[in-house]
Design a protein around this ligand. Structure first.
Ligand SMILES: O=C[C@H](O)COP(=O)(O)O
Length: 255
């Protein structure tokens, strides 16, 4: 497996700003290519997907959300068909901001996951406990409930996907989990995946997200801790995110 690094821009960047970012990113990658050693994914807002997809070098394109129907009377929503035409490969499902701010629940997230798999996308299923759940010692229970809500009851391995462990209390706070805590949660997720799908799931990247920066990324992206990182605020400048990816690669190689 190679490390997986996602840049979730969230609700940031106009089309003009996105173009500037990609121009800078491309020049960094052309100067010192990342090669095939890492899977890097940019998740711009919907409005910038086309502009980013047309220009991007050395990274894949991801979308932050999707509606689980191909077309219809769903005002304001974006379908898998629309994303496919733009060259999107990855789509986030169940990011904590969609669960907690937009009120999305497991049954709806499951429909998104299924619609994406059916159309050949790679869903990135995000799971994670709140601070309160953590204090109550319910982390494992919450992770298993969220995993089971989307993946449970399946006979067969659904196809390629990624799992992102993002403790809600670590997102955007500047206080990441410790690598030890992240490793423990990632291991629990791995055990669940193996139990449900057997060896087929052993190639599923399980990554960490929550206040990852270029300095701490090396603690998280290591064999035995996690297979990568989903990055928010420190992905908003091309130079910073590129440095973060470089540092992650170095840590991964060290093992
Ligand atoms: O999707 C990314 C996560 O929500 C992490 O965001 P953050 O790096 O700003 O904490």
């Amino acid at each position: 497996m190679k490390p997986w690094l996602g840049a979730n821009w969230k609700m940031h960047k106009t089309v003009r700003e996105a173009r500037e970012y990609v121009a800078r990113w491309n020049s960094l990658v052309e100067e010192s290519p990342l090669g095939e050693e890492a899977e890097v994914v940019l998740f711009p807002p919907f409005t910038a997907l086309a502009a980013v997809g047309e220009a991007l070098v050395g990274a894949s394109l991801g979308a932050q959300d999707v509606y689980p129907e191909d077309q219809g009377a769903f005002t304001g929503e974006i379908s898998p068909l629309m994303l496919a035409e733009l060259g999107v490969r990855y789509v986030l499902v169940g990011h904590s901001e969609r669960r907690h701010i937009l009120g999305e629940e497991d049954a709806f997230l499951r429909r998104k996951f299924d619609a994406l798999v059916a159309r050949g996308f790679v869903p990135v299923l995000c799971v994670g406990e709140t601070a309160e759940e953590r204090r109550a010692g319910r982390t494992e229970e919450v992770l298993l409930r969220q995993l089971e809500g989307v993946l449970g009851g399946r006979e067969a391995f659904p196809g390629t996907f990624v799992v992102a462990y993002e403790p809600v209390w670590a997102i955007g706070t500047g206080t990441p989990a410790t690598p030890e805590d992240a490793a423990q949660a990632v291991a629990r997720i791995r055990t669940y995946l193996h139990g449900r799908f057997g060896a087929a799931a052993d190639g599923v990247p399980v990554v960490y997200g929550g206040s990852v920066d270029p300095e701490n990324v090396g603690g998280f992206v290591r064999p035995g801790v996690s297979d990568g990182a989903l990055v928010g605020s420190k992905s908003l400048e091309a130079d910073v995110f590129y440095r973060l990816v470089r540092n992650a690669l170095e840590a991964w190689r060290e093992g």
